[in-house]
Design a protein around this ligand. Structure first.
Ligand code: SF4
Length: 330
């Protein structure tokens, strides 16, 4: 028995990294067994901040689909599709935009942060689309009458806004068309970047998902360790070491031993990094192999996305009839 219907999406905005995997995708793979899931590659969302250069958009969509499938998202169990392939997302966003107060959008905490962040990179973010991003997000969820949305702690404001838009719609048009979606909190593991900051493409500190064993070793070699350790028998402090932060996630069997040896100066950082690389490569080997296989099958990936869009379309069309009837837009 399904516990409810989930909608969730990810922006195809460049190479997927391990932080994305641990922060969301790993959780989706668990959820697919308990919920009816709609997972969308939200390309329209990518346009809200990358409207000026769309040259890599199609490649990024294909890469993201490969990442999802190689990690274990099942296209039979889940509806996996590209947002813009189901035009009702744009249509519902337009309709919801009519009744969403501007003040609700301006007070979204991430709005001003992102304006400052991207604005400092010389990009004009004072666009209609960027301000309306949360309305498009609400439309994505509401189009399928999703009852649950997997969220991290920092995304609750967006979900709350969707819930407000739902309440306003149902109140204005005097019909309970939409359920109020509930948050499904994930216990996502947060991975730092190789320099200790948040793992992010913009910092250049990521470990690509599906990295080859050589690439993995190279990225781990660049990780910051305890800077006070000069010789390998100097006692170390693993609490300030990024390698150790990864050992805690990927090498749970040996982490206690590594910590003790580090503090006692009985293991060198080079050896410690080698152990981590071997462990991570071992754990991600199947995903890497599957990823390489799928890269050779672009026709299959397109079929999966077309099949998903057809399934999503059936639900979207049905719900749009009801939504438009409630609004007297026939
Ligand atoms: S031995 Fe390992 S945990 Fe200790 S500082 Fe070096 S890399 Fe970090």
């Amino acid at each position: 028995m399904s516990k409810g219907r989930i909608f969730s999406g990810m922006q195809p905005s460049g190479r997927f990294h391990l932080g994305n995997y641990m922060g969301a995708l790993e959780n989706w793979i668990k959820l697919q067994n308990d919920y009816e899931c709609f997972f969308s590659i939200v390309d329209l969302h990518a346009l809200t901040s990358s409207y000026d250069d769309t040259s890599k958009l199609q490649d990024n969509i294909m890469e993201m689909a490969i990442d999802w499938l190689s990690a274990g998202l099942d296209p039979e169990k889940n509806v996996i599709f590209v947002q813009s392939h189901v035009k009702e997302h744009a249509e519902l966003a337009l309709l919801l935009g009519m009744s969403t107060p501007l003040s609700w959008l301006e007070r979204v905490p991430t709005y001003k942060d992102k304006i400052a962040n991207l604005g400092s990179q010389g990009k004009d973010m004072y666009t209609y689309g960027f301000l309306g991003y949360p309305v498009l997000m609400a439309a994505d969820i509401m189009l399928y009458k999703a009852t649950c949305v997997p969220v991290g702690e920092d995304q609750t404001a967006h979900l709350e806004l969707t819930r407000e838009i739902v309440r306003r719609f149902n109140y204005l048009y005097k019909k309970d068309v939409f359920p109020e979606p509930e948050a499904v909190y994930s216990k996502a593991k947060v991975l730092p970047g190789i320099d200790g900051r948040k793992m992010s493409k913009s910092y250049g500190n990521t470990i690509p998902f599906g990295a080859s064993p050589e690439e993995m070793m190279e990225r781990i070699r660049m990780m910051t360790t305890d800077p006070a350790r000069i010789k390998k028998d100097d006692p170390g402090n693993p609490d300030i070491c990024i390698v150790y932060a990864f050992q805690k996630v990927f090498n749970t069997e040996e982490v206690v031993d590594i910590e003790a040896k580090c503090r006692a100066g009985e293991i060198g950082c080079v050896q410690c990094k080698k152990i981590l690389a071997e462990k991570m490569n071992y754990m991600l080997a199947d995903i890497h192999t599957k990823r390489e296989e799928l890269k050779q099958k672009p026709g299959y990936i397109k079929e999966v996305l077309e099949f998903g869009a057809q399934r999503a379309q059936v639900e979207a069309s049905k719900n749009m009839v009801e939504i438009k009837e409630a609004m007297n837009v026939l």
